[in-house]
Design a protein around this ligand. Structure first.
Ligand SMILES: Cc1cc2nc3c(=O)[nH]c(=O)nc-3n(C[C@H](O)[C@H](O)[C@H](O)COP(=O)(O)OP(=O)(O)OC[C@H]3O[C@@H](n4cnc5c(N)ncnc54)[C@H](O)[C@@H]3O)c2cc1C
Length: 492
């Protein structure tokens, strides 16, 4: 198939140039495929999503030879998390670099061609000498729009990639096989494989099944803080208290993102949201953050905050010939743990590796591709199950809206206080570097039993019968929080 600008036939068509689209398009192009990437809006977006990349996401960008996308965008390195619980706090540092020995860090075939595409460089905000001298892995935070424009530039510099601005309105089909796309006002384009990376509001994921629709559990409202003073530099902040969880992380030298969860499946009216932020969130924030938060709230901009639904969607196996769903189009989880880009980028690495030994002609071979899709579905399970289940389970604990959940929330905080394996295990799971569901199971129930122990201790001998009853309810609640999601992820 040809790849000239006028051509209407390609080996691969990618729908969407968000985080994942440019990455899979680049990988395909470097493997010698002609690629058309269609995006409805190529200008820089201003969104509150995808701003903290976990260490495993950074590792995936290296494997894709695209890690320099985090350079020269004023990115801030992240060493771990500060967890605030009412007036107490604990630091949780990302695992040691040795954890990388146990996971796949091999580059995608043909992704590294000059030799330095997997290496970050020193720039205004990232110091590689300092980075190399630390013994622990790091993540990175940035303005989403800047990161996206960097990824898009790397992608569009590939000679095999053709860019098209337009909205894909439908898929072209031959029977049940997808053979290309129809783009509004631009016409029809054909391909051997169409990869749908159309994100959170994906129009095309329903091709995988009529019931393939996400559920909304809660909302995040996000504000931009100027020159906020955070309790712990270079750390993501998770703040727990009477309010639903609040996330805070610095995304450039002068800007900090604050995301406040709203415990509701429907977004309340603007006035209610502003009242909640003023009356319930503001007083619970660490004192050093309050002035910048107050200033952001007082802005007379209509857009004081932006909101996003927190959605959940278990991945379905790609079984439709000619179509692959990737990124949020395939699978979503709660953004509390900042795992969306990490799952999407690691899926991209896996997909590019799995397809790498196929000739361009073989991309049209449904039998071969469907076999590869089964392999992809099975091989991605470990990371996918850990990140997705953890995000839902942690949100349930951190947004605790019942007595048993509050008991587990407290136990979780004091579990981290123990340090050692009680920190390195959970943060290894969260950073995407321990893709083992069994480790998640063990730590989650260790937290549940530790919560019971704390409750017994606090209640003393006199309160033993009450504590016993509360602990039984807490353990049942823990099982209900973890197991259904864990099984759904493993057996989907
Ligand atoms: C509140 C919130 C905060 C988050 N924070 C983080 C975080 O800190 N870290 C993290 O790792 N993840 C985070 N995530 C998740 C992360 O943003 C997503 O996982 C990630 O953006 C998915 O990338 P994607 O390419 O699949 O989709 P997107 O980035 O959404 O890209 C989809 C692209 O497709 C285009 N498109 C859609 N339909 C069409 C069409 N019909 N034709 C042409 N183009 C189309 C869109 O314009 C868009 O550019 C967060 C999510 C939410 C909701």
């Amino acid at each position: 198939m040809s790849s000239s600008a006028e051509s209407k036939e390609y080996d691969v068509i990618v729908i969407g140039a968000g985080v994942i689209g440019p990455c899979i398009a680049t990988a395909m192009a470097r493997q010698g495929r002609s690629v058309l990437i269609v995006e409805r809006e190529w200008t820089k977006p201003n969104r509150i999503v995808g701003e903290l990349l976990q260490p495993s996401g950074l590792k995936a960008l290296k494997q894709l030879g695209m890690v320099q996308a985090v350079n020269n965008i004023d990115a801030i390195h992240v060493d771990g998390y500060y967890i605030g619980f009412y007036d107490k706090n604990v630091y949780v540092t990302y695992p040691e670099k040795s954890v990388l020995k146990d996971i796949d860090t091999e580059p995608v075939p043909k992704a590294i061609f000059k030799g330095d595409e997997d290496k970050m460089v020193t720039d205004n905000t990232l110091d590689m000498k300092d980075w190399d001298n630390t013994s622990n892995v790091r993540g990175v935070a940035f303005h989403h729009g800047d990161f996206l424009m960097s990824l898009r530039k790397i992608c569009l510099d590939e000679p095999n990639v053709t860019k098209l601005e337009g909205t894909v309105i439908s898929l072209l089909k031959d029977g049940n096989k997808v053979i290309g796309v129809k783009v509004a006002d631009k016409g029809e384009f054909r391909s051997r494989i169409t990869i749908s990376c159309d994100g959170i509001y994906s129009k095309f994921r329903k091709e995988l099944g009529a019931n393939n629709v996400p559920s909304v559990g809660s909302y995040f409202v996000g504000l931009d803080l100027e020159d906020a003073v955070l309790p712990r530099k270079n750390h993501g902040h998770v703040l727990l208290g009477k309010m639903a969880p609040v996330l805070v992380y610095q995304i450039s030298p002068h800007h900090t993102r604050i995301l406040c969860a709203i415990r509701s499946q429907k977004l309340p009216k603007r006035e209610q949201v502003l009242t909640y932020l003023k009356d319930e969130v503001l007083p619970q924030l660490p004192e050093s953050i309050q002035p910048s938060f107050m200033k952001a709230l007082e802005s007379d901009d209509q857009d004081v905050y932006k909101s996003m639904p927190n959605q959940y969607l278990v991945a379905k196996q790609n079984k439709i010939p000619g179509l692959i769903c990737l990124g949020d189009s395939l699978n979503m989880r709660h953004p509390l743990t900042g795992g969306g880009m990490t799952v999407g980028l690691n899926d991209t690495v896996l997909m590019a590796k799995i397809l790498s030994d196929l000739s361009n002609e073989e991309l049209s071979d449904d039998g071969v591709i469907l076999e590869k899709m089964l392999q992809f579905h099975v091989d991605r399970k470990g990371l996918d199950t850990v990140i997705n289940t953890l995000s839902i389970a942690l949100y349930s604990l951190f947004a605790a809206d019942s007595k048993p959940l509050s008991l587990l929330q407290k136990g979780c905080f004091f579990y981290f206080h123990r340090g050692g394996e009680c920190v390195s295990g959970p943060v290894g799971l969260l950073s995407g570097l321990i893709p083992k569901p069994m480790v998640l199971f063990n730590h989650f129930f260790a937290v549940a039993f530790y919560s019971c122990y704390i409750n017994f201790k606090e209640k003393g001998w006199l309160g033993f019968p009450i504590a016993l009853w509360e602990n039984i309810v807490a353990l049942i609640t823990a099982a209900f929080v973890l197991l259904p999601n864990l099984f759904k992820e493993i057996f989907s």
